[in-house]
Design a protein around this ligand. Structure first.
Ligand code: 5GP
Ligand code: MG
Ligand code: MG
Length: 183
């Protein structure tokens, strides 16, 4: 693959790096207040949540532990089916733990809806959600997101962990991919 400026593959930058940093800091202050005196386990959903997890965790002035899950949605194409398979499970026992799921984006909400009930069945003290992005117009199930970065239009976005065909995860901003990249 030819090295090139990956921002050149975008039609538009939706959210700049410093906007993300500022918003994550605001969310961290809320999280710190809500979990004061409590244990907190951050559960990142691979691979998209790697960047938001890294920045969120380092901004938090709160003792935390981190664990990771990888899930895959059954079904063809780009549409989430809601039938989810665990590719990598947690190493942590959730019994009595305060769990905060860290996600990159909520599209239909089907993946997170499944994950939420799966984790709740493991006997945690609490399970909440932190997501960087949400597409309100794409929602097929109602998800209660306690900590949300930004609502965005119903467009396919890349960057800050989000990929197209495993690329663009290392973009520092979130943007809309140019149509010519798809074809
Ligand atoms: P959902 O089950 O909410 O429909 O989809 C969740 C997953 O689909 C996300 O965690 C993400 O991996 C992927 N996804 C949904 N929308 C986008 C998008 O706009 N861009 C990228 N790169 N991935 C997306
Ligand atoms: Mg994700
Ligand atoms: Mg992806």
């Amino acid at each position: 693959m030819e090295p090139r400026d990956i921002e050149g593959d975008l039609t538009e930058i939706l959210i700049e790096e410093d906007q993300i940093r500022t918003r994550l800091a605001e969310l961290c202050r809320l999280i710190e207040a809500d979990y004061a005196g409590k244990d907190l386990l951050l559960v990142g959903v691979l691979k998209g949540a790697v960047m938001v997890m890294a920045d969120l965790a380092r901004e938090l002035v709160h003792p935390i532990t981190m664990d990771w899950m990888a899930v895959s949605s059954y079904g063809s194409g780009t549409q989430s089916s809601g039938v989810v398979r665990i590719l990598k499970d947690l190493d942590t026992d959730l019994l009595g733990r305060n769990v905060l799921i860290v996600e990159d984006i909520i599209d239909s909400g089907l993946t997170l809806s499944w994950l939420l009930s799966n984790l709740k069945s493991r006997g945690p003290e609490s399970v909440e959600i932190c997501a960087l992005l949400r597409k309100p117009d794409a929602a097929r199930v109602d998800i209660d997101v306690k900590y949300l970065g930004f609502d965005i239009p119903n467009q396919f976005v890349v960057g800050y962990g989000l990929d197209f065909d495993e690329r663009y995860r290392n973009l520092r901003s979130v943007g809309v991919l140019a149509p010519h990249i798809y074809s």
